[in-house]
Ligand binder design. Structure first.
Ligand code: NI
Length: 394
């Protein structure tokens, strides 16, 4: 039996849930928890999933929650992920549902991401118009930076314990109208690396520079030479950034110090460019220092990799989005220089990360930001329909 497309979930199907979803979203917003502290948020999610009939596994990679729903004999499985953590930012919205936790707020809309996935969860459990396995991944610590929630859930056996054929996720997008969905095949969000370069010279009296190796002059020469990395070593059609954000050294005008330190932010959109940037930064720092009789210690912190959406799954998600909101409300996302740990899932599984319009809101990570409740039914319907279409009865 084929499944008529008009029986897949529509945004209108979620309308009766809008008030309930808004209440959930505002509850989460009022009770934000920082990365690695999402205990109550995780319990709230897990309790709801259990009440709706999901097989629930708690404490996956920390406070991660996985909900599994099976229907029929279909062998396919689709995973959908929402991030659940908040940020160390004091809220300034003055809204009735503002954060009740001083200094902590959902300034990136993860309360909304969690709510749309819960909305889809409830709807899918009630309607069960699919054939296969739906795996819902509620991930903590997206904002953690190094060793984030996605890495921890994967290391805790996420894909072995809950096998899936593809994984999808979304982020809200301020400045794009509510009800609009953006997609992008290939690289969507940047890899972000943090680099510390310690320049080691030989300290001495400022009046006798010939008896020293001046790390300040060496650091300055390294900063200038680094400007050639993007300009001369990267394809002009490839976006890349090398920014020296900090430079520290010295304590007095009449002293040549032993050391000086540089701090860099390095961003790229392909693994090849990322590797090339690292090779060139290391070579320039090492060799410019050597030319001056100094040396360097380089510590390279590899942050989140590139969010690399697979072509087939992105085309599929775009098709679902067009069916749901109409082609006029589906757009192409520009490349974004921000980073996102959904990238780690995409190193293991095909999948796609989408953007959901958040209307004319404050920017992400701004103290005046709030998730647009008007987009909750669109987000929930998107996930429900995407799961139904991925696991279509044939
Ligand atoms: Ni975020």
């Amino acid at each position: 039996m084929t499944h008529p497309s008009n029986q897949y979930t529509t945004v209108a199907d979620l309308a009766p849930q809008e008030a309930a979803l808004t209440a959930i979203r505002r509850h989460l917003h009022q009770h934000p928890e920082l990365s690695f502290e999402e205990e109550k948020t995780a319990a709230f999610i897990a309790d709801k999933l259990e009440a709706w009939g999901y097989e629930v596994t708690r404490n996956v990679g920390g406070h991660g929650v996985v909900g599994v729903l099976r229907q029929g004999e279909g062998g396919r499985a689709v995973a959908i992920r929402a991030d659940i953590d908040a940020l160390p930012i004091p809220e300034s919205t003055g809204l009735p549902h503002a954060s009740t936790v001083p200094g902590v707020m959902h300034a990136c809309g993860h309360d909304g991401h969690t709510t749309v996935l819960l909305g889809a969860a409830e709807h899918l459990a009630r309607t069960r118009r699919f054939n296969g396995t739906v795996t819902l991944v509620f991930q903590p610590a997206e904002e953690a930076g190094l060793v984030s929630g996605a890495q921890r859930m994967i290391a805790d056996g996420l894909f072995e314990r809950f096998p899936c054929d593809a994984i999808f996720g979304l982020h809200n997008h301020p400045g794009v109208p509510v009800g609009t969905i953006l997609t992008r095949p290939g690289p969507m969000m940047a890899a972000g690396d943090t680099v510390h370069i310690r320049v080691k010279g030989k300290g001495g009296h400022a009046a006798r520079p010939h008896q020293s190796v001046d790390p300040i002059v060496t650091a300055a020469a390294i900063v200038m030479a680094l400007q050639t990395v993007v300009a001369r070593s990267i394809d002009p059609l490839e976006p890349a950034v090398v920014t020296v954000g900090t430079i520290h050294g010295g304590t007095a005008t009449n002293v040549i110090p032993d050391t000086a330190e540089l701090g860099l932010s390095v961003r790229s959109f392909t693994p090849q460019t990322r590797q090339r940037l690292e090779e060139r930064v290391r070579a320039i720092a090492t060799n410019v220092a050597a030319a001056q009789g100094a040396s360097v210690e380089i510590s390279w912190e590899h942050g989140y990799p590139v969010v690399m959406n697979s072509d087939a799954e992105t085309a599929f998600a775009e098709e679902v989005a067009r069916e749901l909101v109409g082609a006029d409300h589906v757009g192409t996302c520009p490349m974004l220089t921000g980073s996102e740990d959904f990238a780690y899932y995409l190193q293991h599984k095909p999948g796609s990360f989408l953007r959901l319009g958040n209307g004319d809101s404050a920017m992400l990570h701004n103290p005046g930001y709030d998730f647009a409740d008007a987009s909750l039914t669109t987000g929930a319907a998107l996930w429900a329909r995407l799961a139904e279409r991925f696991l279509a009865r044939v």
